[in-house]
Design a protein around this ligand. Sequence first.
Ligand code: AMP
Length: 126
Amino acid sequence: MAYAYDSENIFAKILRGEIPNDTVLESEHTLAFRDIHPQAPEHVLVIPKGPYVTHDHFANEASDAEIVDFTRTYGRVCDLLGVSPGDGGGGFRSIANAGQDGVQEVPHFHMHILGGRPLGRMLQPG
Ligand code: AMP
C-alpha cells in the first residue's frame, strides 16, 4: 500500500490544535467533531488521530488498538446523537469518501455520520 499522507491537510491542523473544532467526543486515538457545513441536522465527522488517508488505508495499516478505539468512539457518537435505531432514534447514514471517484475533499480518513432527517436514497444517479 502506497499512501502518502499530507500533514498540512485541514484535519491534521485540527488534530494539532491549529484550527478550532466543535468536538463531540475525544478518545485516545480518535476525535469526533461537527462538520462545518452540515448536510443534515446531525452531521459529525469521526477521525483517527493517526495519519491515515482513507478507510482502506486505516483498515490495512492501523493498529488493533486504533481500530478498536475508532469503532467504539463511532458507536458512542451514534449514542450521543440519539440517532441509533436500537435506541429509538430515527437512523443515520455513515459515509467514508475515498479518492477521486469517491469525491474526497480532505485527505485524512473521516467517517461522516448524518442523521436527524430522512436522507433519501444512497446514491444520486450519474
Ligand atoms: P469529504 O468530501 O468526505 O472529504 O468531506 C470533507 C468534509 O469536511 C466536508 O463535509 C466539509 O464540510 C468538512 N470540513 C472541512 N473543513 C472543516 C473544518 N474546519 N471543520 C469541520 N468540518 C470541515
